[in-house]
Design a protein around this ligand. Sequence first.
Ligand code: DCP
Ligand code: CA
Length: 476
Amino acid sequence: MSSIFKGFLFYFLPNNTSTITRIRKNLALKHGASVVEDAIKASTCLLVDKKIYQTESQIVKLVDGIPGDKTDLSVLNQTWLVDSIANEKLLSTDGYKIDLQMETEPSPKKRKIQQPRKVTLDEILNAPVIPNNPNAETMSLLEQMAKEREIQGENRFKTKAYKTAIDTLSKTPQLIDSYEKAKVLPGIGESIALKIQEINDTSSIKVLDQLQHSERNRLLALFKGIYSVGDTFASKFIRDGMKTLEDISRREDLTTNQKWGLKFYKDWNERIPREEIEVHKEYVEGLMHGIDPEVELTVGGSYRRGQATSGDIDFIITKPGVNSFSVLKDIVQRLLDKMIETGYHECSLTTLSSKWLGGCRLPISESYMSKLPPKSINSSTGDPKCRRVDFLLIPYESKGAAFIYFTGNDDFNKRVRKIAMDRGMVLNQLGLFKKIYTEDSVSRDPELELVEGFDERKIFKILGVKWREPNERHIG
Ligand code: DCP
Ligand code: CA
């Protein structure tokens, strides 16, 4: 490699770690120069990227901030370095000098000097060959651009244009760092040449950043639509390069619930019409009647608040006089057995405890098909859709507190719980409790004494909160 810059001391402005600065510093070093980093020394040559700093006043301000001896500083456009390397000889600095004494607005003459120099293909091909693919960064960004365009379903020619340009760059061992150079290469058109210029000016492509940002959000939302996939999993999927639900379905590390979530992705991301929930209620009541007619089934959540659609169906299950979870569990286990028998049960997302979460689909039956709105039926199979169903097992003595909790909405619940706290009480799904402080409670949590659990209205009253019908609890 030639040593055309032997004896030169260069300081790069901007002195940053962008690809273009790194590449140019490397080139300078390879051609015999020394690069100073922290301070300007005597006879330093300041190499300015004029694409970034276009006015002299900007440069003056920056030079002022650099420590060191600036008495015989010469300030040159970085293109002098690039052109000298391309010509394999030290070019005259005429036309590359930047005069920091001059007025801030460049004179028409100066402006002419900044006009891009026309480059020929021969010049590029005769420029020094740089080992290790000097255009790797540019190619990588163009590759990402092609991918984004492909995802967006842009016409195939656009994607192909990127691929052709990348192919050309991969066969070009010379540094292509400007619009002018890119433009003369075969297979690189106007739009991609401009992007190559942009990459060299900013180490990025603005449009690509925007596309990738919105693409990430789109993928986050898509993946979080899978049951049991939250931010952590969704981000991991994106990091692993997943683009579609099909990509996800090929993974071998999915949990059982995530697999169910994928299987019922479409159905579980739709709201359930109120009329359909009524049919589910009738259906489950029918099954329950054969098991234990005394059991009370209430649909809570948004349905109890009177909303027209719900995300899932929250069944609150209690039985007069029964406060034991294990008795309730036995009943619900028999219900689950029947659900499997009749085909209503599609999947379980939990084992049965004080609650059960799963997926259910109404079997086709003439008796209620006419009551289902069109949105409840899968138009291609004619089957009712699979729905997310919860069973919440509630001791009878906690019925009122559970009704408050499972009616919501969450903001309403937060507000009522806060009122309880302010009154030295605790409200949860089992009841309203008074905090009892004993001598021991300095070191331990206070003991809780049940004040009211059964009667929803009484709980409101004790808290001093005006009674609100469920449909008046939709706040926030
Ligand atoms: N709940 C709560 N705090 C939570 C989650 C739930 O207080 N973090 C209560 C209030 C909710 C009820 O449980 O109303 C049921 O929870 P859902 O998530 O099913 O919410 P909704 O039924 O209100 O809405 P959706 O129609 O989306 O199911
Ligand atoms: Ca709900």
